[in-house]
Design a protein around this ligand. Structure first.
Ligand code: AMP
Ligand code: MN
Ligand code: MN
Length: 394
């Protein structure tokens, strides 16, 4: 088995530069809205350093002719995972480097969730079982830990170089080169900045993918991470000619009628527990495989369910428990700010952001809810008010 990429990458460290003066290719972005991700070493531990950017650029530009590149994203991919990965893949293609092979993949069933079946770059996708086993360069998108790569973990170990792009503060730095920006609204933001440094000019295909990444992880530009820089990036993307209205309809407002009836069943069993988490309050519901079967629906239709539950003003914490198998549940948690749900998710074996996190639950739905309730009540005074973090959906 080949060694870890960090030991094999030969990259001359770039001199530290003042913020905003990282070398950017001419014409990649208009003056005044340059991506601004580089920091002098040690200046911001939650953002990539100038050396990190230089190493990432070198990992791509120093690929030998015929090199084989594998792009991977996290299991059960969302708009940011797929959008950042495919957008970057299209950008690599646009660079016109003579690559031997370029593949994109994700662990688990090789089924693209229905809202993303029109994304540009889908032709890059291969099932995990068909993904190259020993890439020269592996690039990982939106995965906070290697456990999110499922059966693709072996590719990570065997890759000559592994580059990790992410925006989870909890990222375990499992690659060789890391571009992890915990201040970024989406991994798509990091991908756009790397493409700019590689001299790739945005086209409509790349832009649509990155727009999907940005729109999904900011909750359609509603969450706190929606900074001026996010809107500036959206402006750059829309300037390529993409149609935000069409894209939003396709990814957010495009589910079968049966899912509307399914939501009726599932929302009618929602429960409010005002005393949980020191009085911050918990609202929760659950959906079973039988619910899906009864309404002839696929699991993807349940992804936005948390948004219908978390609007309850009376609860700071919201939670949806979605059955994925016998005694197995995918749990989505959200906070309005008083409670750090990442702490709860990590304690229960998962991860995520302070205001949006998840984990895999075991047992009955009542067992899973009981574990969440207990963990929420076990926080500092049943309430956690510290820290700052991303609040994107994924
Ligand atoms: P979701 O509720 O699926 O939209 O996920 C919200 C956040 O929680 C995302 O940042 C995910 O990365 C994280 N997350 C969800 N499920 C898991 C899990 N099983 N393990 C680790 N992180 C998770
Ligand atoms: Mn994600
Ligand atoms: Mn994300």
């Amino acid at each position: 088995m080949r060694g870890r990429p960090s030991a094999r990458v030969k990259v001359a460290p770039a001199p530290a530069r003042p913020r905003g003066q990282a070398p950017l290719p001419d014409g990649a972005h208009p003056e005044g809205v340059l991506p601004d991700g580089a920091e002098p070493d040690g200046a911001r531990p939650d953002r990539p350093t100038a050396d990190d950017w230089a190493a990432a650029v070198a990992a791509v530009t120093e690929l030998p002719e015929g090199a084989r590149v594998l792009l991977v994203c996290h299991v059960n991919p969302d708009g940011d995972a797929l959008g950042s990965m495919l957008g970057f893949g299209l950008g690599l293609r646009r660079m016109g480097r003579p690559l031997g092979e370029l593949q994109a993949t994700f662990p688990g069933p090789p089924v693209v969730p229905q809202p993303f079946r029109d994304l540009p770059g889908l032709d890059l996708l291969v099932p995990a079982s068909a993904a190259m086993t020993d890439p020269d360069l592996l690039i990982c998108f939106d995965a906070a830990s290697e456990s999110r790569l499922g059966e693709l973990i072996d590719r990570l170990t065997r890759a000559r170089v592994a580059l990790v792009l992410d925006h989870h503060a909890s990222n375990t730095r499992f690659g060789g080169i890391h571009l992890i920006d915990a201040t970024a609204a989406a991994t798509g933001v990091v991908a756009e900045q790397l493409l700019a440094r590689l001299g790739v000019t945005l086209d409509a295909g790349i832009a649509e993918c990155l727009y999907v990444a940005l729109a999904t992880d900011t909750g359609s530009f509603r969450f706190d991470m929606t900074t001026p820089a996010v809107h500036e990036m959206a402006a750059r993307l829309i300037a390529t000619g993409i149609k935000p209205g069409d894209i939003s309809r396709r990814i957010f407002d495009n589910r079968p009628f049966g899912s509307v009836r399914l939501y009726g069943d599932v929302l009618s069993r929602a429960r409010l527990e005002p005393a949980v988490a020191g009085g911050a309050g918990l609202v929760w519901t659950y959906a079973t495989l039988a619910d899906l079967t009864r309404h002839d629906q696929e699991p993807y239709v349940l992804e936005p369910l948390i948004d219908s539950v978390r609007c309850a003003t009376e609860a700071d914490v919201s939670c949806v428990v979605k059955q994925t198998g016998e005694g197995e549940w995918a749990v989505s948690m959200r906070s309005k700010g008083a409670v750090d749900v990442a702490r709860v998710a990590v304690a229960l074996g998962g991860g995520g952001h302070r205001l949006a996190a998840g984990f895999t639950g075991r047992g009955t739905e009542q067992d899973v809810i009981a574990a969440i309730r207990a963990e929420l009540n076990a926080g500092p005074d049943g309430r956690d008010s510290g820290g700052r973090g991303a609040d994107g959906r994924g």
